[in-house]
Ligand binder design. Structure first.
Ligand code: AOF
Ligand code: ZN
Length: 335
């Protein structure tokens, strides 16, 4: 299953609105004979890719897959059919498919005499590789990660408005890698005016070419300055003239966006936090003080301490000299 998770991870960012599923095939003796991951939308599912590699050696073997195999005829034929045709004896999956159209694959396989097990590494898959897609499949809304870089005293810019660079080079490189794995990057018109960010993914650490750029999304009523970097040809840009987070998320879901990175600024992040539409927070905290200047979040609709938005810390690690904190909404909080 760890290999299946890794296979799925390699295609994360290329499959939306489909999930980045991974699959491995073991032959009857337990030898690894096939591995695959979901192809871009309209293309083969993970099981089909892995079965093609395994060929006849799949007969009597085991398929290990991060998501329950689909039982439906969507843009591609059902994976249950492909698994049965290949003569698999056993199927192990991590999580069930919440998509009502595709669900029920486990039962279909069981009814056909296949030994089916579910739940292996389920928590890891739920929290990691399929987190955004499961959220999207269950709520109909894209998953939102709010990412910011602040000083230890919580400032995202100095008193004079300057903000380059709060976090370290290591942290910035990590964010660029992250951008290659998500569907869209979102900022407010204020950030475009003050920072003129390009919002493109430039994979600096691995040195790999970035073949696909996330959609750039700018939210707000104001016009974009002529010549703004987000208007260049490096990637597609969508300007949504609204302040309503649910209108934004509805427009993105309609385009098949599953996983969104909200990169600022404090006003837009505040609107999303106030509407309880932030699902995960990724904070890069630089060991510095500024003493003054804007804080990461503005006006989240909280006026008293008992109204604080509570999160659960999922991971704390170092990124160069900075502390990286990943925190999520308690499960079920933002349904
Ligand atoms: C699987 N294996 O690798 C993936 C699955 O439009 P389609 O035909 O591609 O079907 C998309 C749905 O299939 C998607 O919403 C999800 O429920 C499931 N994805 N299932 O067995 C895969 N990517
Ligand atoms: Zn399938």
């Amino acid at each position: 299953m760890a290999l299946a998770v890794a296979a799925g991870e390699r295609v994360r960012g290329t499959t939306s609105p489909n999930p980045p599923v991974g699959c491995v095939i073991l032959d009857a003796d337990g030898e690894l004979v096939g591995e695959g991951a979901t192809r871009p939308p309209g293309g083969a599912h993970a099981e089909v890719v892995a079965l093609a590699q395994a060929g006849e050696r799949a007969r009597g073997g085991t398929a290990v897959v991060t998501l329950e195999p689909c039982a439906h005829h969507g843009r591609t034929p059902p994976c249950t059919r492909a698994l049965l045709d290949a003569g698999l004896a056993r199927v192990v999956h991590a999580v069930s498919d919440p998509n009502p159209q595709a669900a029920g694959g486990g039962d279909v396989l069981r009814a056909a005499g296949v030994h089916v097990e579910s739940g292996l590494l389920a928590e890891e898959v739920e929290r990691g590789t399929l987190r955004a897609w499961l959220h999207y499949a269950r709520t109909g809304r894209p998953h939102v990660t709010w990412k910011y870089a602040a000083t230890l005293d919580g400032r995202v810019a100095a008193a004079d408005g300057t903000s380059r660079w709060i976090s370290s080079e290591e942290s910035r490189a990590e964010v660029h890698e992250l951008r290659t794995k998500i569907d869209a990057i979102m900022v407010g018109t204020g950030t475009v005016r003050t920072d003129d960010p390009s919002l493109t993914a430039r994979a600096t650490r691995s040195g790999q070419d970035v073949t696909r750029q996330p959609l750039r999304v700018v939210v707000g009523m104001g016009d974009l300055p002529r010549g703004a970097r987000v208007l260049d040809d490096e990637a597609e840009t969508m300007h949504l003239r609204t302040h309503d987070p649910d209108v934004v998320l509805g427009a993105l879901a309609a385009r098949g966006v599953v996983d969104v990175l909200l990169e600022g600024g404090p006003t837009l992040a505040g609107a999303f936090a106030g509407a309880r539409r932030i699902d995960r927070v990724l904070a890069y905290l630089a060991p510095k003080f500024l003493g003054d200047g804007p804080s990461a979040l503005r006006d989240a609709g909280v006026s008293t301490v008992t109204g604080a938005v509570a999160l659960v810390v999922e991971q704390v690690s170092m990124c160069g000299p900075d502390v990286r904190v990943s925190a999520v909404m308690p499960s079920g909080a933002a349904r």
